[in-house]
Design a binder for this molecule. Sequence first.
Ligand SMILES: Nc1ncnc2c1ncn2[C@@H]1O[C@H](COP(=O)(O)OP(=O)(O)OP(=O)(O)O)[C@@H](O)[C@H]1O
Ligand SMILES: [Mg+2]
Length: 239
Amino acid sequence: MNQQQTSSTTLAVAGVSKTLGGVKLFTDVSLQLQQGQSLAVIGESGSGKSTLLHLMAGLDRPDTGEVYWAGTAIHTLNTDQISARRLRHVGLVFQAYYLMPHLTAQQNVELPFLLAGEEPNHARCSQLLDQVGMSHKSTSYPREMSGGEQQRVAIARALALNPPLILADEPTGNLDEDNAERVLRVLLDACSAQGCALVMVTHSPKAASHLNHRLNLADHHLAEISKIDNVAAHAANKA
Ligand SMILES: Nc1ncnc2c1ncn2[C@@H]1O[C@H](COP(=O)(O)OP(=O)(O)OP(=O)(O)O)[C@@H](O)[C@H]1O
Ligand SMILES: [Mg+2]
């Protein structure tokens, strides 16, 4: 991975460590992602993948080390500044989706525009819903959708403002093979067509194989896995 930080470094993580509930999750994690690059993070359940993604998203602070968005150290920003920047810089797909229950699918996808004080781009949001295969449920509420359907709406919402950085926590976790491929294509298209940088947590070696880089979080460290065979072997060993 390119170690030289430039203005095109969409995300940089430098020497980050985190302990939660007295348990050391990871230490001295460093990585950089340039525009258009994609990174898969794999690792056992409980290894700290979601926690790391939350640090990258500025939702939590590391014990040591720093996170940079396009060269800005986010610890130099206050909470309001981080929220405002996150809205523009980061498209977040949480493991638990977090759709707004009182809004329809279409309204959920349009929400980032309203939060940014902009008129929603209805056509773009409809197109995103179509790309994730959810246009037929655009007027449905989250309670009327399956988990995988909510997941796909959450992905459309994350892409709505065309953010430079997409952080997706197991975005294909609840999807059948066809829909997993569809969602992956939408995310990778955002990298190749719009130059987004993508970090995707996944348990799927197949999904990971489509991304530029693969890192394994194990034994408190994040290490590069160069070959997908190794990812598959890792998954098999843990099964
Ligand atoms: N707020 C918290 N306080 C204490 N411990 C926490 C907290 N949040 C998470 N943990 C613990 O930290 C560990 C890492 O959690 P995390 O959600 O990052 O794992 P993960 O790698 O994403 O797992 P999974 O693959 O199951 O989603 C877990 O053991 C979890 O119980
Ligand atoms: Mg997780």
